[in-house]
Design a protein around this ligand. Structure first.
Ligand SMILES: Cc1cc2nc3c(=O)[nH]c(=O)nc-3n(C[C@H](O)[C@H](O)[C@H](O)COP(=O)(O)OP(=O)(O)OC[C@H]3O[C@@H](n4cnc5c(N)ncnc54)[C@H](O)[C@@H]3O)c2cc1C
Length: 397
């Protein structure tokens, strides 16, 4: 029988994870990535709950564990760096901020890429410009390179996916959370330890500094703002904007902004969710952030991408008909995605107070939540209980 082919847009987490699952089922993936090379930037992400089961079944759990950042927990600090609440990491699949499997996003992307590069055709520096669904196959036009005829197409090209509109038209919408985020790397300083530190400044600003496993410090800066299209600015303009926003933030802002000026890996984006009533149309489907981005504040983006890719690959292997596979994928994933996208009331403004008094109240609430009695019961860092999907075991047919 002829081998089925699936062309995937996006070589980050969802795309290569899907490819890994497809190859194991005898389906041939091709990945098209807009960037000229694998993008290795990004900060700490974690793998927990159902995603932990997925990486174990995909055979990459040990590799992930070997590349973890070693973060020992999170401290909320004030302007004088005094700890207001502390959440230590637990050596389990914890509810807390620092999970057992904390890894740099680029390291996870690299693990998935290395596991698939010999069995998957990777086309870098190009993207899909048109899809023509003939009913029995799809013709894909690329910005650079000849047209490709494939059985199926999957968009795994993230929050700002362009491929999404070619598949589901304008049905999907972006839900902005009135928050912007800027991620980058700075040199480690004496005040940096194996603990993450999170500092809040008035006017809805916060700075999170996290240790990594390569001797530097990973920064995320967050600020509340209605959507203003800042994500479309050039990188130099984004740096200037962030520097202005945080100039009087206090604490370690001067050092962080010096690092921002020199940083080569700045990633700036609006914090938003993707809400799509359908994840497929004809012979094409969506996966990961392109389909159901829950936003970084949910703590679930990478987990949904891994679980979604695993389920989609498994259902495609299980069903000869792509319609049946896409329907089963959506039936299994919808409730899980819905819970992950349901953010606690008041997020994100509750975590970004406007005044010093508001920051004191936030610290008080966090101190209560960090008490050993509550820490195992209240999850202030994730949008949902993450084991709320029953994963079929596709390895047993
Ligand atoms: C460079 C980078 C840094 C990140 N840093 C963080 C972070 O620090 N913290 C965090 O929580 N999340 C971060 N993310 C997002 C995080 O990876 C995702 O939320 C999550 O892992 C789901 O991954 P995904 O594969 O669905 O989408 P993404 O990780 O967003 O990957 C989408 C991929 O598609 C590619 N692409 C975009 N458009 C096209 C196109 N038209 N055709 C082909 N390819 C295209 C992109 O270059 C990217 O490789 C980052 C993403 C990237 C790309």
């Amino acid at each position: 029988m002829r081998q089925r082919t699936v062309l995937i847009a996006g070589a980050s987490i969802a795309g290569p994870a899907l490819a890994l699952g497809l190859v194991r089922s005898g389906i041939q993936p091709i990945i098209v990535e807009r960037a000229d090379a694998l993008r290795l930037g990004g900060q700490n992400i974690d793998v927990h709950g159902a995603a932990r089961t997925v990486v174990r079944r995909l055979g990459i759990e040990d590799e992930i564990r070997a590349a973890t950042t070693g973060e020992q927990g999170l401290r909320f600090v004030d302007e004088r760096n005094v700890t207001k609440a502390a959440f230590p990491a637990e050596h389990a699949d914890t509810n807390g901020f620092t999970k057992e499997l904390e890894i740099l996003r680029g390291d996870l992307a690299n693990i998935l890429y290395n596991r698939t590069r010999d069995t998957t055709e990777y086309l870098f520096g190009t993207q899909i410009t048109d899809l023509r669904d003939h009913g029995d196959r799809v013709t894909v036009s690329l910005a650079h390179g000849a047209d490709r005829d494939v059985d199926l197409v999957v968009a795994a090209d993230g929050l700002g996916s362009r491929t999404r509109a070619l598949i589901v038209g304008d049905e999907a919408r972006i839900r902005p959370l009135n928050l912007y985020a800027c991620w980058f790397t700075i040199p480690r300083a004496a005040s940096d330890t194996a603990w993450a530190r999170w500092y809040h400044a008035p006017r809805g600003r916060s700075m999170l500094l996290r240790p990594d496993n390569v001797g530097t410090t990973r920064v995320s800066l967050w600020f509340l703002s209605p959507p203003r299209g800042y994500e479309g600015l050039r990188s130099a303009e984004q740096k200037a904007l962030v520097a202005r926003h945080f100039a009087d933030a206090g604490w370690e802002a001067p050092r962080v902004l010096d690092g921002l000026a020199d940083a080569a890996d700045v990633h700036f984006d609006t914090v938003s969710q993707v809400i799509a009533p359908h994840w497929s149309h004809g012979r094409a489907a969506l996966v990961g952030d392109a389909a159901y981005c829950p936003s970084p504040v949910s703590g679930m983006g990478t987990n949904l991408a891994l679980v979604g890719a695993y389920v989609l690959a498994g259902e495609l292997a299980r069903h000869a008909s792509h319609e049946a596979a896409f329907a089963a994928y959506e039936t299994l994933m919808r409730p899980y995605v819905k819970r992950a996208q349901k953010l606690p009331p008041g997020v994100p403004w509750i975590a970004h107070p406007q005044t010093r008094f508001g920051i004191s109240l936030l610290h008080l609430g966090l101190r209560l939540a960090s008490s050993p009695r509550l820490q195992n019961r209240v999850n202030v860092f994730s949008s949902s209980s993450t084991d709320t999907i029953t994963l079929p075991d596709y390895t047993h047919g």
